[in-house]
Ligand binder design. Structure first.
Ligand SMILES: [Zn+2]
Length: 284
């Protein structure tokens, strides 16, 4: 089973996770920019992080046979912090980089006016740069959050077929499916969405199977970087054909991020170092 995790925060994961992911079949990931777990204090903190997602993390992933791309943005939570919002002025030059395959994750957290402004501005940045957008839908008040998200998508220059709505569940999937956007589901160990419910939704929304993506998110909260594999296994157990598993867990993410024109699934040379640094220590 070949797996593409289209939304996973490898910055918060260990080397053991990379090893286990490769063993489970993960060969490609996209890492969206998000928060640090603690508040950033200036745009420069974003710049170092963006550089890490563009350089160090792809290098680290390649050591384990996994191709790494990223999406860059001012995340919804920090859009509310006036110390962070000015990163929108420097973001455009990062969006030119080859391994950036979307603007994201953008969207709503607490649905504030500052989040409205950041979301609208970044949907337009995506359109200007020929990139699709990864849009986080809020975990609280989900239905209202999705409705407001779709209003902003409609008002933006970005067509819905270039937007991936993520963190969907049973309360938001119908409206999201009607919108024409791509449908993303984050699978968690104990909360929000699990693989059994995902398989049920795949049956209910079989007509949308060519625009459904499944990810593990794997962020600072309790999470499992092998959730893509667990969904694949659950699909097979429920009677899905291997080709359907491949569509949802490989070809759909390739198609969505391929809209950027920048998705390159060839692994970099394994023995290269990153700016003179190697992860090999002690002669290992
Ligand atoms: Zn995320």
């Amino acid at each position: 089973m070949r797996l593409f995790d289209p939304h996973i925060h490898m910055t918060s994961r260990t080397t053991d996770d990379y090893v286990a992911m490769h063993a489970a079949g993960v060969r490609a990931v996209v890492e969206p920019a998000f928060w640090l777990g603690q508040p950033r204090t200036s745009p420069d903190s974003f710049h170092d992080y963006f550089d890490s997602l563009l350089g160090w993390e792809p290098f680290r992933a390649a050591q384990h046979g996994i191709v790494h791309h990223c999406t860059l943005a001012l995340n919804p939570k920090e859009a509310n912090d006036p110390r962070c919002a000015p990163v929108l002025d420097t973001l455009p030059r990062y969006l030119l980089k080859d391994s950036v395959v979307a603007v994201g994750e953008i969207g709503y957290d607490a649905m504030t006016p500052a989040e409205d402004a950041a979301l609208a501005a970044q949907l337009d940045l995506a359109a200007q740069h020929g990139l699709p957008a990864l849009v986080h839908t809020p975990h609280r008040d989900k239905a209202a959050g999705l409705a407001r998200t779709l209003d902003l998508v409609r008002e933006s220059a970005l067509p819905p077929e270039r937007v991936l709505l993520d963190h969907l569940n049973e309360t938001t999937v119908a409206a999201a499916a009607d919108s024409g956007c791509w449908l993303g589901f984050s699978i968690y160990p104990h909360t929000k969405m699990d693989e059994r419910r995902m398989v049920t939704l795949l049956a209910e929304y079989a007509s949308c199977q060519d625009r459904i993506l499944v990810n593990s998110a794997a962020d600072w909260g309790r999470s499992d970087p092998l959730k893509t594999r667990r969904v694949g296994d659950a699909m097979l157990a429920a009677g899905h054909h291997e080709d359907e598993v491949d569509q949802v867990l490989w070809r759909n993410p390739v198609a969505f991020y391929g809209l950027s024109g920048r998705l390159d699934l060839r692994l970099p040379a394994p023995d290269s170092s990153h700016e003179g640094n190697s992860v090999l220590r002690g002669g290992d």
